[in-house]
Design a protein around this ligand. Structure first.
Ligand code: SF4
Length: 352
């Protein structure tokens, strides 16, 4: 996946940079910080997205690593916090919003993780409960075999057992993570999943559905909580049947999940160009879409409600203790899919 590793002069002072290069078996290309911030950004911009995903750029990040997920205008928020340590991802999904969101094509990986830990310590030291994760601007475990970053983060969370760390991935890179059976850290191994037919068409370089499910079984055995995300739900023909069969596989493997989220495919207008030009074989844009209050396009409201009700009915029947929630849907959708007291139920308290 990664073909070249660039290390900024500043990052070259961190031994962690060279640990990563050694594990990857790639000779580091040291680049002056000035050049990195100016000319290299220019040259990466000319790079196409596919090439950029093969470039790992090790940097020192100067901003704030930790922030509340901004959610989206007018939609119900699930109080999630994000850790922005890596930006961009070596996988290549047709629906990925990063294609139009990022203007830097390489994968930026901040090696000054002690500063990240110091920032997190300030947030967590008083025993505050939060749900947080690294999977917002990247895949949490895609680069784990060469960076070992998730393992370091898990070790850090051992000191903060009131918080929950989620590692969200489409890989199966869990086999090198620490065994948590006698540990205090609360870590959720989370998988974004879709029926295999959709994975084959819309996702590249990722683990298969079966590999993800096997990895989730392994993680559960090692003391991890497990979550799944149906995000984005894509309405292929037979989507209802495919998604229900997939959930049947999930709940044959896990009786109860830490949480399950769902969100229909939505896109900002500028993503369309990337999908059409980079993935001509994709079925993503087939269907009717409507522009919603946050400016994003979504499947028609009645179609979403019909689909979500089927999923909600299934989950409440096979795993009533699993909290099921929407990502980026408004109150109307919640009200039409769930019973009136749904959000106040004990099982949902962890999320809202
Ligand atoms: S795995 Fe996530 S971050 Fe990576 S390309 Fe796919 S959607 Fe984007």
């Amino acid at each position: 996946m990664i073909k070249r590793i660039f290390v900024t002069e500043e990052a070259s002072k961190y031994p962690y940079s060279f640990e990563i290069c050694e594990k990857a078996g790639i000779k580091p290309e040291i680049i002056p910080d000035e050049e990195y911030y100016r000319e290299n950004i220019e040259s990466f911009l000319k790079d196409d997205i596919t090439e950029g995903k093969k470039h790992l750029v090790l940097t020192v990040f100067k901003g704030s690593f930790f922030r509340k997920c901004p959610g989206t205008r007018g939609k119900i928020c699930c109080n999630y916090y994000v850790i922005d340590q890596t930006t961009n991802c070596p996988f290549d999904c047709s629906y990925c919003f990063l294609q139009s969101y990022l203007n830097f094509r390489g994968i930026r990986f901040a090696v000054n993780i002690d500063e990240l830990f110091a920032e997190l310590h300030n947030v967590l030291k008083d025993g505050r409960f939060i749900r947080t994760g690294t999977g917002e601007l990247s895949d949490s475990l895609a680069l784990e075999p060469i960076t070992g970053f998730a393992s370091k983060l898990i070790d850090f969370f051992e000191n903060y057992p009131d918080a929950m760390l989620e590692l969200k991935t489409k890989s199966n890179n869990v086999y090198s993570l620490p065994d948590l059976r006698d540990k205090r850290a609360k870590v959720v191994a989370g998988w974004t999943i879709a029926p295999q037919k959709i994975i084959d068409k819309e996702e590249r370089l990722v683990a298969s559905l079966e590999e993800r499910l096997n990895a989730s079984k392994y993680a559960a055995e090692k003391g991890y909580l497990v979550s799944f995300h149906l995000d984005p739900v894509i309405f292929y023909p037979d989507a209802d049947k495919m998604y229900l069969e997939m959930l049947d596989m999930v709940f044959s493997t896990h009786k109860k999940l830490a949480w399950l989220s769902m969100a229909g495919f939505r896109y900002e207008p500028q993503l369309k160009w990337y999908v059409e030009s980079r993935f001509p074989e994709s079925n993503l844009l087939i269907g009717e879409f409507v522009k919603c209050s946050d400016g994003k396009f979504r499947y028609l409201f009645p179609e979403r409600i019909r689909f979500y009700r089927k999923i909600a009915e299934f989950v409440s029947r096979v795993s009533p203790e699993t909290p099921l929630y929407f990502c980026m849907e408004d109150k109307n959708v919640w009200d039409l899919v769930f019973p009136p007291d749904y959000l106040s139920k004990t099982r949902m308290k962890i999320l809202f």
